[in-house]
Design a protein around this ligand. Sequence first.
Ligand SMILES: [Zn+2]
Length: 470
Amino acid sequence: MTVRKPWKLLIYLVELLIVVGPPTRLARADLSIEEEKKIGRQFMKAALSQLRLVQDPEVVGYLNKVGQDVVKHLEFHHFPYQFYVVDSSALNAFAAPAGYVFMNRGLIEIMDDEGELAAILAHEIAHVQSRHIAQRMARARVLNLAALGGMLAGIFMGGEAGAAAIAGSQAGATSAMLNYSRQDEEEADRKGLRYLEAANYHGEDFVEIMRKMGQDSWKAGGHMPTYLTTHPGVSERVVYLSTTVGTRAPSTKVRTEDSEGFILMQVKLYGAYGNPKEAEPKFREWFEKPETRAMAYYGTGLMRRRQRLMDEAVTAFKNAIALRPDLAPILVELGETYFQMGEFDKAQQVLTSALTLAPDQAAALYALGRCQLEQGQAAEASKQLEKAIRINNRLPKINYYLGLAYGKNNQLVDAHYHFGIYYKREGSLRNSQFHFEEALRLTNDPKEKEILNRELAQIKGALRAAKQKQ
Ligand SMILES: [Zn+2]
């Protein structure tokens, strides 16, 4: 994203405020938890159609581990928190209604450790816990709830996608008053810092990441952080945060951060999603130090595979494994690369060793299952894929491959069921309905019938709603 887009959105919002003026009468009734959840779901619908999310199970898994660890220490729990990485280089993070927290890839790339990541998550969690969005939305009650979700998505996402979402919501006029106030930000900082320290992270990490975001170099370098347009006054906040942190007695609690988990996530983001121009210098920096040299090779392997330079990718992964044979994720990526090259025997061998090191790796089970499917071992494949989906049901197309495996195994009820789920998630409702109906026709199990009838009722409801809209 360029420097212009976030500003365009901001100017657009300011103009709307000038034209329409602030509302004279505010409805003060608070939004209920249930209403906020409903808006959260609407928000997710708008966000998922417009944001490119990082699906990688390791990245998503690590981010959620850090996020849930902060959540664990909260005094009350209204919402089930979920954390997502957006594949965008803009420096931004935001919390949607009802506990959906988003972190841009670009922001993670400028961080140096897990504590800085936890700090931003804690700040966003604090917005949700303080129900800032709910308060702002309560003031905009004139609008219907569904429109609010789409509108909020526009504000937080920023850029052109955001402007489009706002324009599409026909509710742009009210959107300006939905932005957080400085007071909200201060409260989120204060509470966020407390959450961070409750999870035994260092408060200094909060100051550090704020300072990095406020650096003038971002403004000058054409990388205006979207975060600054939704989070004003970063430099002031650095001052009061560092004062708060500085006046406290040094914490006696010590947390052992998962620094390897952090760097593995960064390597993934740089190698598999990042801009090569930004990734290559980072890899060179890692290469200089013996302790991060394996990461440099690992990232290079991911990058080369993305560029379809498969032999170079294999060489890089092998170099990484020679230095760090204990790191299962690198073996998984080598296995995945062999799989993509059609070298199924080699792939199986490498993936099996990865699973010996760490038996619960969804990515390894997923790749091994697909490998076995290609080699006609459908029974084995369905076992591995079932294990994978139990650990992580958000693996891309996992239900599709399970459907294939069961189909080849002649377990047709299971096959149709998984195809039904796959098409439902793809938004292809007619196909989904067909497969659920086939499964229902073939099964005699009352429990399965109940599940299938529930799915079918949902699909039919969605189809009816779509028809009414036309
Ligand atoms: Zn904030």
